[in-house]
Design a protein around this ligand. Structure first.
Ligand SMILES: [Zn+2]
Length: 137
């Protein structure tokens, strides 16, 4: 099944012929592409990561900054997969992108993880650390 190379949406319309190939316009993000083109395709890995971050309470813009995918794409994925956040938390998470060495140093300081919840996921060649300071107030 063909999907938009920019946002993975499968809703697109015909938009003329270019170099003897059918051209399409994505209805979700407005990206033009031709079928068969080896465009910049967003890996499912980033779709999963984006939805994960969304569920963890981050905003679309924050997800855009962290993953380098447009916030429009993230919004489309949230809609496409019908992701709903169960509730609004009072505490907003903070996040850091750390190398393996930095990650080790971070955890060796007790103050950094005291009274907090921490989640670490791999992100490319680095690690993303999301932290909720739940008990601070
Ligand atoms: Zn698109």
């Amino acid at each position: 099944m063909q999907t938009c190379p920019n946002c993975s949406s499968d809703v697109f319309v015909k938009a003329g012929i270019l170099n003897n190939r059918q051209r399409y316009k994505c209805k979700s993000c407005g990206y033009y592409f031709t079928v068969g083109k080896l465009g910049k395709r967003i890996d499912d890995y980033y779709v999963n990561k984006a939805l994960q971050l969304y569920l963890e309470g981050l905003t679309y813009r924050e997800i855009e900054r962290i993953l380098g995918v447009s916030h429009v794409s993230v919004m489309n994925w949230v809609r496409k997969y019908n992701i709903k956040r169960p509730y609004r938390t009072k505490y907003h998470p903070t996040y850091k992108i750390l190398s393996h060495t930095e990650l080790g140093a971070y955890f060796s300081e007790q103050e950094n993880i005291k009274g907090a919840g921490v989640l670490v996921t791999e992100l490319g060649d680095k690690f993303m650390l999301i932290k909720w300071e739940r008990f601070r107030d």
